[in-house]
Design a protein around this ligand. Structure first.
Ligand SMILES: Cc1cn([C@H]2C[C@H](O)[C@@H](COP(=O)(O)OP(=O)(O)OP(=O)(O)O)O2)c(=O)[nH]c1=O
Length: 198
């Protein structure tokens, strides 16, 4: 039986993958997350998921026995990719953009082995209430925004700002469970007692 490796340092991704009940090992990869010139948001998250998985595969002693899962989540508004905030000012700019509007959360996932790869891209619409400057400032001081794409966590205090979501909640948190299960099925991993046909 092949081994499953999660190439991610995100605690949310580890938690979400754990819920599928398949044994896996997590390892951290360090990759360049810069957007290429002219790259669309869809291509960007798809490429980064693949690069993370490939970087994970390259770290393994016995890659031939393994499948590596990589994932990338980005927030997109007006065609602009919002990554993680690098400062309070950067965070405020993001919140002002998201305030009172609907944006997209894109998550790319890639499952790679030495000879094969499967990929999926999931888009979810998330609507925010209109935010005041004091609200934005209070949220920054919670400490939650720093390690999250778009500067918010729907699963935490950031969920207070979300008025509507259309799509996959787990994808917004970092790993779309349905699509991940489909990819794992293609790689012949069996989920809990036939939960998902393979
Ligand atoms: C929008 C949103 C993002 N996020 C998180 C998911 C991802 O962890 C993070 C986006 O950054 P990513 O670069 O996708 O992931 P990461 O750096 O945390 O982990 P790794 O690359 O090692 O896998 O933002 C939430 O937790 N909740 C949310 O509502």
């Amino acid at each position: 039986m092949a081994k499953l490796i999660l190439a991610s340092q995100s605690p949310r991704r580890r938690e979400l993958l754990t819920t599928l009940g398949i044994d896996f090992t997590a390892l951290a990869t360090d990759i360049d997350e810069s957007v290429l010139s002219g790259e669309t948001p869809n291509r960007y998250v798809d490429r980064l998921a693949l690069v993370k998985a490939q970087a994970g595969l390259a770290l393994l002693d016995r890659p031939a026995d393994c499948w590596v899962l990589g994932s990338d989540t980005s927030v997109v508004i007006d065609g602009q990719i919002l990554g993680k905030p690098t400062s309070k000012e950067h965070f405020q700019t993001m919140m002002r953009l998201l305030s009172g509007r609907t944006h997209q959360v894109l998550t790319g996932i890639a499952l790679v082995s030495v000879g094969d790869s499967y990929r999926a891209l999931v888009t979810t619409d998330v609507s925010f209430m209109a935010l005041s400057e004091p609200q934005i400032s209070a949220y920054w001081h919670s400490g939650e925004p720093l390690d999250k794409a778009g500067g918010y966590g729907i699963q935490g205090l950031g969920g207070v700002f979300v008025t509507k979501i259309a799509g996959s909640y787990s994808s917004v948190v970092g790993l779309p469970l349905h699509e991940t299960a489909l990819l794992l099925g293609k790689a012949r991993f069996s989920l809990y007692q036939g939960l998902m046909p393979i």
